[in-house]
Ligand binder design. Structure first.
Ligand code: ARG
Length: 461
């Protein structure tokens, strides 16, 4: 006969379909390491406070350790009848250590237990994602260093605006990743609070020591209110929010890489190791990696939205709705990690900037027009007046099929007597970029400094 999960209050077992519907073991097995660690800390506390004997504590801890070994060896595979990872562990523990296993759940509920497990899990994943962000930033910096003096058209409204140092463009993504890294550190502070000992909702009649378990599990502090402790999922929402911003940033970069690799731009070549072909069009080389990254952002946003909706109508304290927090959180974690890994590889070895083509690109447009206006403004002409004058020149040049660099000195001087022979140097793409030497600008001197600052920033782990 099957051992019954519930108390003697229940007379018959669950309908099999309802058992499947209710069970979370199919996905919360992901938490097993954390469940074991949390339970070991709980058992140690029970012994420390004299709620159980020291020998009982040792037996429980050893039994839990044996389950860990079994799991590592692939020999712990609880079925649907276990309902969730917490019951599965407790049941196996009792098989291993006998009746003393039944003492593990003293002064504890699955409600504070699952909250503890989820936080322990997320803590580790946050640290992993932070180090992945560091790798991503390192690759961006490595490429930026090689391309301080490589020019690339800069856009607003996807219209040619002003040329840029390619390094400056890449460093913009470095800054986004830096904020992502810092944001995760901030989220971590609120993940790292222990709900263990909040009990089902109201605390416990036993003389437990919550600070002791918190210390064992390296939590910074404990939840001050037991109702809040068992039903708070802000930390998961905050994480999914930080994760959403990470994928927003990766998706914007993806979109640029997709554009850049198109025949219309031809700014980058995708290497074979990171591109795919077509089943029918033999000439095709497709940017599947950045497209997938861009596509996967939707999942992460969806999980954030789902989590917000799960929470909005929940009365205090625990409700089974909270079981729905896990799959989205896990998938959010896995998706961000996969996207960061793929983008880092793509940047490191899958992408080649076509420097020849980029050098041509910045000479074929009117993106130096601002510099003509600046030239006059620096020589005393009010900027708005200079701006209007240059607008006129652009119009007549377009009509004549010319670029600004093609105008003769007489033509310039007819326009305004302040123009001299140095106008040609002033509007050359290199000079246009070099001259934007304001703090945070694209000037080579600024960019070189920015790279040094960035290198120092990522030394912080
Ligand atoms: N599997 C449950 C979850 O993920 C564990 C907590 C169950 N608590 C309860 N009172 N039913 O939320």
């Amino acid at each position: 006969t099957k051992e019954q999960t519930w108390s003697q209050r229940f007379e018959s077992v669950l309908h099999p379909a309802i058992a499947r519907f209710n069970a979370s073991i199919g996905f919360d097995i992901e938490l097993i390491e954390y469940d074991l660690t949390g339970s070991q800390a709980h058992a140690q506390m029970l012994a420390y406070t004299g709620i159980i004997s020291p020998e009982e504590g040792e037996q429980l801890i050893a039994g839990l350790e044996q389950i860990r070994q079994e799991y590592h060896q692939g020999n712990f595979n609880p079925g649907i009848d276990a309902e969730d990872v917490h019951f599965a562990v407790e049941r196996r523990l009792t098989e291993i250590v006998g009746d003393v296993g039944k003492k593990l759940h003293t002064a504890r509920s699955r409600n504070d237990q699952v909250g503890t497990d989820t936080r322990l899990y997320l803590r580790d994943r946050i640290q992993e994602i932070k180090s992945q962000l560091r790798e991503f930033q390192t690759v961006l910096l490595d490429i930026a260093e090689q391309h301080v003096e490589t020019l690339i058209p800069g856009y607003t409204h996807l219209q040619r605006a002003q040329p840029l140092s390619l390094a400056h463009h890449l460093l913009a993504y470095f800054q986004m990743a830096q904020r992502d890294w810092e944001r995760l550190g901030d989220v971590y502070r609120r993940v790292n609070i222990s709900p263990l000992g909040c009990g089902a909702l109201a605390g416990t009649t036993f003389p437990i020591d919550r600070h002791y378990t918190a210390q064992l599990l390296k939590f910074d502090s404990v939840y001050a209110n037991s109702l809040d402790g068992v039903s708070d999922r802000d930390f998961a929402i905050e994480f999914l929010c930080a994760a959403s911003l990470i994928v927003v940033h990766l998706s914007r970069l993806s979109e640029e890489i997709i554009l850049w690799s198109s025949e219309e731009f031809r700014f980058v070549t995708l290497k074979d190791s990171c591109a795919t072909g077509s089943s029918i069009m033999p000439q095709k080389k497709n940017p599947d990696v950045p497209e997938l990254v861009r596509g996967k952002t939707g999942r992460v946003f969806g999980h954030l939205q789902a989590m917000l909706v799960i929470m909005k109508g929940l009365p205090l304290a625990y409700n089974k709705d909270l079981q729905e927090d896990k799959e989205g959180l896990f998938d959010g974690v896995n998706t961000v990690k996969a996207c960061l890994e793929a983008m880092t590889i793509l940047l490191r070895e899958g992408l080649e900037f076509r420097t020849q083509r980029l050098a041509e690109a910045v000479t074929e447009d009117f993106s130096n027009a601002t510099d003509v206006a600046d030239y006059l403004a620096a020589r005393g002409v009010p900027f708005r007046e200079a701006y209007n004058l240059v607008g006129k020149v652009v119009k007549t040049s377009i009509a004549a099929g010319k670029l600004l660099k093609d105008l003769t000195l007489e033509e310039w001087q007819k326009l305004h007597p302040a123009f001299a022979a140095d106008i040609y140097e002033a509007i050359s793409p290199r000079q246009v970029v070099a001259a934007r030497n304001s703090y945070g600008g694209t000037g080579f001197a600024q960019v070189t400094k920015a790279i040094l600052t960035a290198r120092a920033q990522i030394a912080e782990k």
